[in-house]
Design a protein around this ligand. Structure first.
Ligand SMILES: NC(=O)c1ccc[n+]([C@@H]2O[C@H](COP(=O)([O-])OP(=O)(O)OC[C@H]3O[C@@H](n4cnc5c(N)ncnc54)[C@H](O)[C@@H]3O)[C@@H](O)[C@H]2O)c1
Ligand SMILES: O=C(O)C(=O)C[C@@H](O)[C@H](O)[C@H](O)COP(=O)(O)O
Length: 545
């Protein structure tokens, strides 16, 4: 029977592609993955196929891909983790040299936390893995000629075990294939250095990151409070359950969605819940949600007992690239945005990109304002990437999603690593925010933050241009790029007096002196102090509708 030399089956994260590529190199042949075939045929990621057309449709595509590959691929083949669920697919494997790569539940939780095929943060990784393996183990065993355990073995040892078990002939090793380890697809880790007496921490960006939570929470905590917005009620409860299953006394505190959470009443409600739970200084708060949620979670952590540890799990673009990183926490008051708060960095930040799949498009686009801000103040590659594919920049499946997020986090991490308390450099992160916050207050915090900041950046660019600092092309580029992703550029002309009044309580103001971040060029932010009122008005004229 012609066809593959080896077919690898097993759960997600077991290392099929690492071992498969290594094995192909050892055997002097090629490697093929039916998941990649399905993605190529459908023209979209697997998660989107599941979401748009459902699992049945995905399994049909997968069955076709397996049929084609077992008939025509002569090398090493690996199948998606759930391929064996389909009876017709199992029949296609009859008589083939199928190897089941197994791992135990603890190892699965350690390696991948939660599978991407499951609703993202609805987690109890250990229990879900156990259920998943109980449902599939007999099917893997049914199709397999041999089982190779991967738990404590390196990819090389697993490849060797397969060669030995199937008595495969070794060929010419293909050049350039290196051992990257079983966990090669691990998260990107961005370091934030300790500054102003704070501890350093890491921002992780990737998939299936919730398995990291217990380690970050640590052994000293007895109680954990999971703060989440109403929109993520299921997720919050699932995380609470998972932490309870791991022995913590875990409570979930549901906050209102968006800016309605950033009030003193909501903070007081959280303090009450912590008090009633007997929350002590070794206990830990987990904030899961967008920037509004993590701002409140961090503020409650900063103020409870004058400071307890907290962990941020941002679930919006804006939360990942900005709000969850850097330790600015706070709430709004009727007098202005973020007027009450504290600098209180998290102990860790987990940015699970799969969370973005459920984010409404307007919230996704709102986060693009902060990404574009990072581009203008520090990293022009961000601007190039957005301009290369503005449509892609509006969705989590865009070609540059991870890179845009990681680059923006690096910009922020570098700044806050050297100036946690905004005694100088950190002010550059406020680009576009002076007018942006004034608009948010004027709209009674009903606007999305990114939309207000977008107009604020166009205003700051005009201010820079009128102050003779910024060239026309760069000022115009603000409008083009922000508009290309769907962000607004103008605001009501008749509101200037109110906005001017609102800007007086901006945190960069000193006495009666208004201060703005403007650009001398891309990547060259600077402070403009006390601009002439006529120049301010003229700049506002450029953004008035
Ligand atoms: N601390 C900082 O350094 C900093 C930096 C930037 C912005 N911020 C603050 O962040 C806030 C804006 O954050 P944001 O843009 O993330 O908005 P947000 O927190 O208001 O979230 C937007 C909406 O999306 C919902 N949501 C969150 N995650 C979701 C998901 N994965 N799927 C579906 N719905 C989801 C929320 O419940 C909310 O209704 C503002 O208050 C702003 O001031 C703070
Ligand atoms: O982290 C910072 O510093 C910022 O200025 C980032 C801003 O994007 C963010 O909106 C921040 O919350 C604004 O802070 P504020 O001190 O102006 O309230």
């Amino acid at each position: 029977m012609s066809g593959p030399l080896v077919v690898l089956v097993g759960p997600m994260g077991v290392g099929k592609s690492t071992v498969g590529e290594l094995l192909a190199a050892r055997l002097g042949t090629t490697y093929r993955d039916t998941d990649a075939d399905v993605v190529a045929e459908a023209g979209k990621p697997i998660a989107e196929i599941f979401y748009d057309e459902g699992e049945e449709h995905f399994r049909a595509l997968e069955r076709r891909a397996v049929a084609a590959a077992v008939a025509g691929h002569p090398g090493v083949l690996s199948l998606g983790g759930g391929a064996v669920l389909d009876e017709a697919t199992r029949k296609l494997l009859a008589g083939r040299p199928v190897v089941y790569l197994s791992m135990d539940v603890d190892e699965a939780v350690r390696r991948v936390g939660l599978g991407a095929a499951r609703p993202l943060l609805a987690v109890n990784p250990r229990r879900q893995w156990r259920e998943l393996m109980d449902a599939r183990r007999h099917l893997y065993e049914e199709v397999a000629r041999t089982v190779v355990a991967t738990d404590e073995n390196t990819p090389e040892e697993v490849a060797q075990a397969i060669i030995d078990a199937l008595e495969l002939p070794e060929g010419q090793a293909a050049p350039g294939v290196e051992n990257t380890g079983m966990t090669q697809q691990g998260p990107t880790r961005i370091q934030v250095a300790g500054s102003a007496g704070s501890d350093p921490y890491e921002v992780l960006v990737g998939h299936q990151l919730l398995g990291e939570l217990p380690q970050l929470i640590g052994d000293r905590a007895k109680r954990v409070a999971v703060l989440h917005p109403e929109a993520l009620a299921e997720t919050g409860e699932a995380v609470r359950e998972d932490l309870a299953a791991q022995g913590y006394e875990a409570i979930a505190i549901q906050l209102p969605n968006a800016e309605e959470a950033k009030t003193v009443e909501v903070a007081a409600y959280c303090w009450k819940a912590l008090g009633q739970t007997g929350f002590t200084r070794t206990d830990v708060i987990v904030g899961i949600g967008g920037g509004a949620t993590t701002d409140v979670a961090g503020f409650v952590a900063a103020s409870w007992l004058r400071g307890v540890r907290w962990i941020a799990v941002p679930t919006t673009v804006l939360g990942m690239v900005d709000a969850a990183v850097g330790g600015k926490t706070g709430i709004n008051t009727a007098e202005g945005k973020n007027l009450v708060g504290a600098f209180h960095p998290p102990a860790g930040v987990l940015c699970d990109l799969a969370a973005l799949e459920s984010l409404p498009v307007h919230d996704y686009v709102s986060g693009m304002a902060e990404i574009i801000k990072a581009g203008f103040i520090a990293d022009p590659v961000i601007l190039d990437l957005v301009e290369a594919d503005p449509e892609g920049a509006r969705t989590p499946s865009g070609p540059h999603t991870a890179e845009l997020i990681e680059r923006s986090i690096r910009v922020k991490a570098e700044v806050v690593s050297s100036d946690l308390k905004e005694s100088g450099l950190r002010e550059i992160l406020n680009y576009g925010h002076t007018l942006g916050h004034a608009i948010e207050k004027n709209e009674r915090y009903k606007w999305r933050h990114g939309a207000a900041v977008s107009i604020g950046m166009v205003f700051a660019a005009e201010l820079g241009r009128l102050a003779g600092r910024l060239d026309d092309a760069t000022a115009d580029r603000h409008r083009t790029i922000l508009e290309s992703v769907g962000l607004p550029l103008t605001y009501r002309g008749d509101q200037w007096p109110k906005l001017l009044e609102n800007m007086k309580v901006d945190k960069k103001s000193r006495g009666d002196l208004l201060r703005f971040i403007v650009l001398d060029g891309i990547g060259k932010p600077t402070v403009l102090e006390g601009p002439d009122p006529a120049v301010l008005l003229a700049a506002y004229g450029e953004v008035s509708a």
